[in-house]
Design a protein around this ligand. Structure first.
Ligand SMILES: Cc1cc2nc3c(=O)[nH]c(=O)nc-3n(C[C@H](O)[C@H](O)[C@H](O)COP(=O)(O)OP(=O)(O)OC[C@H]3O[C@@H](n4cnc5c(N)ncnc54)[C@H](O)[C@@H]3O)c2cc1C
Length: 519
């Protein structure tokens, strides 16, 4: 059965009919990782997501698989080492959603870092994250820096360090994990909200859920229930009456998108803001656009309503104009934006940027397991940690030993390209198939890069439905990938496709504005 929007009711129905081993509430990267970990260890896993998969924080990040160089400043050595090493694993298992990019770290007279500290910091990072030899840091002189990035402010510039980070597509990474878990037998549905817990002898044994598309209420039973609802995690803990001790501290982060013509940079750049607030900002080229972020401010509102405000916008524009004074960017230059919430664990007396990005497990007396905090990059380790609690409980209650997690070797959906080193060759080999069904070479390349080994399915759909797709009036690249996302990625609403599956609304809003679907 395809992972399609048509099969969504059947998948939900099948969850209702059985007792799952584990029900995961929340379809962000954390929930997705747990789903895959458990299913690949032979458990019957299920997942519900109240909106679209990855519609929470997991489509609103800086989209980097990184060790978090910044955390070295806070001496978070263990965090940097752990998530840093994860970069190579994510890249290997999903090279189609992970792209190595050069990141420049310019340093200025009187700035946070000088030549020595930058060089040392990057060296420690290389060591902790076990960075591959070819990707290790390089130090550049002022002249070399300006040759590479002529738009940088030159006054006070002393040089730069260049290192490699991995740019990802956070929403697609989440989806590829869920699709892989589904392929292995897991059940997952979007637009289904957990409303109330069901208890037996004070232990949580199930969840009353509502299918937000049909309005129907359903009941799902599971031996173990995980709350992986990110910014909403405390809400579910409150429902379970187990919110005690540590709690969430939500901080908002905003990104803006500018056309490359208005802000042409060659490499990604990670720089100090000019406000002496100790914050650093990324400017990252992506296709024809550059995106910039992020802000970091406390947030107390409804997580569903998080938006960019004028003061967020002004902060980011002033930060860019501070480092790239020639550009004189204005509000009108911003094409799109996104705002997300970091579900951090509150630490007394610490401000938004100083709170640790560590993850934390909360084990309630009812049996509810909550996992929160952490980073996109560390999703596999967070899943392992959560599943190890469940493995211990299964050992105790069923005297059954679960095999160890091997998700470090599980290739994600679309990742069957022969390994990261072979990906370029894979793309070249597949281009003729795309051209054969009517795509230009560039379009075929784009599809293969984004969908990896699943490109074949898209090419087949384009061939089989060519005339119907033509009649939609949409470019073939859009209509065929839209059809793929309906039939194989459970897209339900236009935003599911335009924001999370194609990210066209973020990175090609001009194309979206031009579209009018013919019926
Ligand atoms: C601005 C910003 C930049 C970041 N940049 C990076 C980065 O570059 N690299 C990195 O590694 N990390 C980054 N992070 C951190 C990372 O994005 C988050 O740690 C991660 O996405 C959190 O995922 P999650 O699954 O825990 O939460 P979410 O993605 O929010 O998922 C939780 C899901 O639970 C669902 N849900 C809630 N309540 C219910 C319910 N009752 N029933 C069913 N479903 C429910 C929600 O709809 C939501 O989709 C960034 C975060 C922010 C905010």
């Amino acid at each position: 059965m395809n992972f399609s929007y048509q099969n969504r009711p059947k998948i939900l129905e099948s969850m209702e009919k059985m007792e799952l081993d584990v029900l995961v509430i929340g379809g962000g990267i954390t929930g997705a990782g747990i789903l895959l970990d458990g299913q690949s260890r032979g458990l019957q896993m299920g997942l519900i997501e109240m909106d679209d998969f990855a519609s929470g924080t997991s489509s609103r990040s800086t989209k980097l698989i990184h060790g978090g160089l910044r955390y070295l400043k806070q001496f978070e050595i263990k965090l940097v080492a752990e998530v840093g090493k994860e970069r190579a694993i994510v890249y290997e298992n999903a090279p189609h959603v992970t792209t190595p990019v050069k990141m420049m770290l310019p340093f200025y007279k009187g700035g946070t870092f000088g030549r020595l500290t930058t060089s040392l910091g990057l060296k420690v990072y290389d060591y902790l994250a076990q960075v591959k030899r070819v990707e290790r840091r390089k130090m550049l002189s002022k002249k070399e820096t300006v040759t590479r990035e002529p738009l940088l402010k030159q006054d006070g510039l002393r040089g730069s360090g260049v290192y490699v980070e991995y740019r990802t597509d956070d929403a697609r990474l989440t989806l590829e994990i869920i699709k892989k878990a589904y392929e292995l037998g897991a059940k997952a549905v979007n637009y289904v909200e957990a409303k109330h817990f069901i208890y037996k002898d004070k232990k949580v044994v199930g969840v009353k859920v509502e299918d937000l598309l049909s309005g129907q209420s359903k009941t799902i039973y599971a031996k173990h229930i995980v709350n992986a609802t990110g910014p909403w995690a405390d809400h579910l803990r409150e429902q379970d009456r187990s919110k005690e001790g540590k709690y969430l501290h939500l901080t908002k982060g905003v990104h803006i998108v500018i056309d490359q013509k208005k802000f042409p940079i060659n490499d990604a750049i990670y720089f100090d803001t000019p406000f002496n607030d100790g914050r650093m900002i990324f400017a990252i080229p992506r296709g024809q656009k550059t995106y910039i972020g992020t802000t970091d401010t406390d947030y107390f509102g409804d997580p569903k309503e998080v938006k960019m405000t004028m003061s967020d916008l002004t902060y980011l524009i002033r930060a860019i104009n501070g480092l790239f004074p020639k550009q004189k960017l204005k509000e009108e230059d911003i094409e799109s934006s996104w705002a997300g919430l970091r579900p951090l664990i509150h630490e007394q007396g610490k401000g938004p940027s100083d709170i640790s990005r560590k993850d934390e497990l909360f084990l309630a007396k009812s049996g509810l397991i909550t996992i929160a905090g952490g980073k996109l990059t560390g999703y596999r380790k967070m899943a392992e940690k959560t599943m190890s609690v469940i493995a211990a409980r299964i050992q105790e209650s069923e005297s059954r030993q679960l095999p160890n997690s091997e998700t470090n070797k599980v290739i994600l959906s679309g990742g069957e390209v022969g390994g990261s080193a072979q990906f370029e060759q894979f793309i070249e080999n597949k281009i003729p198939f795309g051209k054969e069904v009517g795509f230009s070479e560039e379009e075929a390349r784009q599809i293969i890069k984004k969908y990896g080994s699943n490109c074949q399915l898209i090419f087949e759909l384009a061939k089989e439905h060519f005339w119907e797709l033509e009649r939609t009036g949409l470019p073939l690249v859009v209509s065929s990938t839209l059809l793929y996302s309906l039939e194989h990625e459970m897209a339900v609403c236009p935003a599911d496709y335009y924001v999370r599956r194609s990210s066209l609304l973020l990175f090609d809003i001009g194309l979206v504005k031009k579209q009018k679907i013919e019926r």
